[in-house]
Design a protein around this ligand. Structure first.
Ligand SMILES: NC(=O)c1ccc[n+]([C@@H]2O[C@H](COP(=O)([O-])OP(=O)(O)OC[C@H]3O[C@@H](n4cnc5c(N)ncnc54)[C@H](O)[C@@H]3O)[C@@H](O)[C@H]2O)c1
Length: 351
């Protein structure tokens, strides 16, 4: 099969969906890989390295789409990329359709088969193609949050580990799946006071046992969320119900009761965000304030560490790219769950 790898066009999206190593595997299996010129530069990979691995470098994104059957991207296609999508393409990338009705309609209209990384789901409910980026975003969410808590950033001027005689900062993590767990690992290493909130009792049980009670665990009820938010310095939004719009577990009223200079990093923003006050931002202008609470709502956080993210993502998707290229989509229940749109029809409920 001819596999096309376009350069990403979202604001400051530096990742690419292949590496020389994954390209070599595809070429050895007798597939052709067409890579748009410069697609790897943001991740520190030259065209020359891709060429050595067997990729064919093409001049433009149009050339990639025109001459390939399977398009493997990182992020969802932008509006200006929509005219390039054809019915006979298979599109494989993050889509987050629940937060993007316009893209959903466009994909339906083209008749393309679009398989979303984030809804490829194993029989135990785990998400093998979302998890690698969630691990990275979870770690980064704390790094981002602690910088925003500094006074010149508009934060309240709190050092997360505290100081002798001064209590540490409080971090509240809502949703303790992959993003949340990795946020906890980072925050714990920095000496923060940590609270996690999740609606799944099993997750709370795991955190309680794993950290031997050092992390406070709270079930997800509005009044308990409000109580924890009021004196939190940093809140990490990491709620997900697979494939659907994120439930708004934080209300505008809760935000208004937090101290000015507190920070919300709503990682769940790609699926719509878990606060009523969240709206998507980008890496050029990542932060805005609501009632003095700084909101960081970037939809492509892992791009900040593009090299790590590119290698991690491309390794995870490779087995699935191979299955698709070998015509075995329908033999893999995990991939079938990833099919969001096919032949003009939306195959997943987004609510
Ligand atoms: N912004 C970015 O760049 C970026 C990067 C990676 C992941 N993400 C997003 O982060 C979000 C979390 O991803 P994940 O991989 O950690 O998902 P996950 O499925 O591993 O974890 C989600 C957690 O939310 C919990 N949850 C569901 N409903 C809840 C509720 N009402 N109250 C409290 N908890 C609830 C679940 O029990 C689960 O523990 C997703 O939207 C994902 O797309 C964003």
């Amino acid at each position: 099969m001819i596999i096309g790898i376009p350069k990403e066009r979202k604001v400051r999206e530096y990742r690419v969906s292949a590496t020389p190593q994954t390209t070599r595997v595809l070429v050895e299996r007798e597939h052709r890989v067409l890579l748009e010129k410069g697609a790897g530069i943001g991740s520190g990979i030259s065209d020359e390295e891709f060429k050595k691995a067997g990729a064919e470098i093409v001049e433009s994104e149009e050339d990639v789409f025109k001459n390939s059957k399977l398009i493997v991207k990182v992020k969802e296609p932008l509006k200006e990329e929509s005219p390039l999508i054809r019915k006979d393409h298979i599109l494989f990338c993050y889509l987050h359709l629940a937060a993007n009705i316009e893209l959903t309609r466009t994909l339906e209209k083209t008749g393309v088969m679009a398989i979303a990384f984030e809804t490829v789901e194993l029989s135990d409910g785990s998400l093998p193609l979302l998890a690698p980026m969630s691990r990275i975003a979870g770690r980064l969410s704390i790094q981002i949050g602690i910088r925003l808590l500094e006074k010149p950033s508009g934060g309240k001027g709190v050092l997360i580990c505290g100081a002798p005689g001064v209590k540490p900062g409080k971090v509240t993590v809502i949703g303790v799946g992959t993003v949340g767990y990795n946020a906890v690992l980072s925050a714990l290493g920095l000496g923060a006071e940590i609270v996690v909130i999740d609606k799944n009792p099993k997750k709370l049980e795991f955190i309680h046992e794993r950290f031997e009670g050092r992390v406070k665990t709270i079930p997800s009820y509005p009044e308990l969320i409000e109580k924890e938010l009021i004196d939190s310095d940093l809140v990490i939004g990491a709620v997900l119900v697979t494939g659907v719009k994120t439930p708004k577990v934080i209300t505008g009223e809760m935000i208004s009761r937090m101290e000015p200079g507190s920070v919300l990093v709503d990682v769940a923003i790609d699926q719509g965000g878990c606060s009523e006050t969240s709206h998507p931002t980008n890496l050029d202008s990542p932060v805005y304030s609501v009632d003095g609470v700084l909101h960081y709502c970037v939809t492509n956080i892992p791009s900040l560490v593009s090299r790590t993210a590119t290698y991690s993502l491309s390794n995870a998707i490779l087995p699935y790219v191979l299955k698709i290229a070998e015509g075995k989509i329908k033999e893999d229940p995990a991939l079938i769950k990833g099919i969001s749109v096919d032949d003009g029809k939306l195959l997943r409920s987004l609510n």
